[in-house]
Design a binder for this molecule. Structure first.
Ligand code: SAH
Length: 215
């Protein structure tokens, strides 16, 4: 199956699941294609994406951006993580129906997963879309990144202030904002480089990064 056909099949599989459990608010097939599939693919072409071999999608929900990226890049390996197990059932079913052998899933909260040796500082790249504010998100995501690797956050163009305000939090967990890239549909990709190991105090216990974001 060529990639275009796989993206269409992914759209159909997710929209079918949407009739049973709520995976996405978007029900129109064309809108779904643009806002979920095309938007997910907006990191492709960035050097930090192209160089990565092991990619983690944190808070993947119904598989975004992880599943479209796994179709686009069969040579990379993807781990799709989420705190809600039933969404991962949808992801697993879609990966199976699409024959994607480069996708694995893990059920858990970022704060807990990032404290295990299996996942901490193991990824060349972490991506995340629509999960939390930039400060909270940095505490969730940067602990998973190898020093020298990257975290790319999918944000909207109106998030400039939120991004600036998170600079201190990003530094605390070992990162530095390298640049932001404008993407289609009013989106911004925030490219963060991991420049130092994350201190063992982070991430704080489950719930704290959301309730009391680092400053
Ligand atoms: N990235 C997807 C889903 C966004 S909804 C998309 O763009 O369509 C946010 C998802 O993040 C939810 O599925 C929620 O369960 C997950 N999530 C929120 N906080 C989390 C945490 N601390 N650890 C793991 N997953 C989390």
């Amino acid at each position: 199956m060529d990639k275009e056909k796989q993206y269409e099949k992914l759209r159909d599989v997710i929209l079918e699941w949407n009739g049973k459990i709520n995976v996405t608010a978007i029900r129109d097939p064309q809108e779904f294609y643009d806002k979920n599939i095309q938007d997910s693919l907006s990191v492709t072409g960035l050097p930090e994406y192209e160089a990565a071999k092991e990619v983690l999608d944190l808070g993947t929900g119904g598989g975004f951006p992880g599943l479209p990226l796994a179709i686009a890049s069969p040579e990379k390996r993807f781990l799709l993580a989420d705190a809600v197990g039933k969404k991962l059932k949808v992801v697993q079913d879609a990966a199976r129906q699409l024959g994607l052998v480069n996708v694995e899933t893990v059920h858990g909260r970022a704060e807990d997963l990032a404290r295990t040796r299996l996942y901490r500082e193991r990824y060349d790249l972490v991506v995340s879309r629509a999960v939390a504010n930039m400060s909270t998100l940095s505490e969730y995501c940067l602990p998973f990144v190898k020093v020298g690797g990257f975290f790319i956050a999918y944000k909207t163009r109106d998030a400039a202030e939120e991004i600036e305000a998170a600079a201190g939090a990003i530094a605390k967990v070992g990162g530095r904002i390298a640049r932001t890239e404008n993407a289609q549909g009013g989106h911004v990709l925030v490219v963060i480089e991991k420049i130092a190991k994350t201190p063992s105090a982070y991430p704080r216990k489950a719930g704290t990064p959301g309730k009391d974001p680092l400053k």
